[in-house]
Design a protein around this ligand. Sequence first.
Ligand code: ADE
Length: 244
Amino acid sequence: MTTRTGIIAAMESEIRDLSSSLEHEGTETVAGREIRYGRLEGESVALILCGCGKVNATLSATLLAAHAKVSRILVTGVSGGLAEDLKVGDIVIGDSFAQHDMDARPLFPLHEIPFEGFSAIGADADLRNLLTEAARAMLLFTRPPGLEEARVSEGLVVSGDQFLSSSEARNKVLGALPNASCVDMESAAIAQVCRAAGLPLGVLRVISDSADGSAHIDFAKFVEESASIACAETVRHAMRALAR
Ligand code: ADE
């Protein structure tokens, strides 16, 4: 049986580069979502543009698992930096995921998913290593604009249905999750689907802002001109490594 990799991004600009280098084999629309099938670096993939937020992410990951029958999922795109030493352009590979807005107290501890008995979910170790190596290779060979000084690290990615854009919002999340490396709106939801479906997950995030509203660069421009190239090139390196 062929192995197919599902690839998810929240925004069109985050997946455009990848989509244009896809050897396109067909498109299906299921539950209002387009799944684009094809080959990247010879490997079979299913690309899906999920939109922002945990519900969109959950829907898309479930479609990839149950309909497109993928055997692993990669998530790519941008993220707000939370760890002190992270700068715009740095790359974080998720090693674990938690929902910063999950709060069913007093029935369950803060961040614990009710009746599931856990709050954090780990990434697949092989995919994490694959993405870390691929991101390093991308920086070595490509270095897109804005990533001249970029560094690659692994860490906790926290997700919630909120774009963090004030110091208060940032500090609130960091106060409850001091080890959080970066924040997005999808990864932890996708991690829960992958855990339930028994699918390995790898997450690649380029830091686009510091989640405090102090955006000193144009967010949209950075995603379009820098992060999209970094994400696409890193995924291509990863697919090449998977093909070997
Ligand atoms: N994705 C990119 N930047 C983000 C932020 N500041 N908050 C949530 N998701 C993000």
